[in-house]
Design a protein around this ligand. Sequence first.
Ligand SMILES: Cc1ncc(COP(=O)(O)O)c(C=O)c1O
Length: 400
Amino acid sequence: MRAKGSKRIAGVGTSIFTEITALAVQHQAVNLGQGFPDFPAPDFVKEAAARHIRDDRNQYAPSAGLPRLRRALADDWRRIAPGGPDVDPETDITVGSGATELLHDAILATIDPGDEVIVFEPSYDAYGPDVAMAGGVLRPVPLLPPDWRFDLATLAAAFGPRTRALILNTPHNPTGKVFRRDELEAIAALCARHDVLIVSDEVYAEIVFDARHLPIASLPEMFERTITIGSMGKTFSVTGWKVGWAIAPAPLSAAVRAVHQFVTFTNSAPFQEALADVLPIAARDGSYDRLRDDYRRRRDLLARILDAAGLPTLPIGGAYFLLTDVGHLGTGGDVGFCRRLVTEVGVAAIPTSVFYADPASAPPLARFCFAKKDQTLQAAAERFARAPGLTAPSRSHQNS
Ligand SMILES: Cc1ncc(COP(=O)(O)O)c(C=O)c1O
């Protein structure tokens, strides 16, 4: 027996998230590493799911998703993308097991071995392995700190005859960048000129602080070449429910559905029912404004705590992470800093070099999640206050 994995997964190892989470448990650290809310989900969301479980909506949903959920998503799309074309719930929407599954489905459905896929770096950790599993080749284009712009000439140069797709993520994890209209238009023009598809990961669409979220599929002629991916996990604080969706024109949706059919076939029926109930309510009862206000407040609280600990943060436009530069805080880079932070201070954060294909090219930043109860954030503040040494600049830096 040859007990080893395939070549396809050779580069896919245990993630830093697993390592930091294990260290956080071992050291009873305050976990600001992993991106999930530790506060309760809204009651109307939980009650909807409980009701459907009690009412025995507990058997397989159709593979593409419950028809009433697809209709609700099509209606909601008009709110999210007011300028864009209407979507057909019959043919243009696929529901699956969170954005994670739909990203995998979308990439496997569209990338052939040897195809090149452009990603902005830093990039969410699933894109690289998804592209690798499809046999594709990643072409990273850097986003440049502190405001995470990209250089248009560098982006243009990344397009070539083998480029098949570009993966976009706005609002962006881990930087909190919300792509501006002019940036999206520049990306759209290049994708149209080179006949390139866009996989647009928009799971933080409702967590934007200043500008409005703009789906690239709503720009002229972009719907035809875009697979837009959403998830209820972040918006309704139910990351464990794993209900996501992909919106794309019929031919692309048919390709996504072909993969989805044999990856999971379908996902939890009662949670799909719950989302179908919740979407129209949230669209009219101010839920999204409350969500944004709430996250603004949590963002500012964590920023104050980190600032007081000597870790000033970079400005963000959306999502629920703050970044701080740790380059001057001793050796070992961001990975070394986060390991020491969790073991010596008792606060878990994620080093952002793991979001780069070549970690050596990454700026040394640590990512802190503020989707946490005030109590959790205050507990982190207390840990920082008890162990101030780590976040004070190293002696060599002070002298320089
Ligand atoms: C950018 C981004 N995409 C996708 C996901 C995964 O979403 P889901 O939980 O719906 O699979 C996450 C979760 O952290 C994310 O940050």
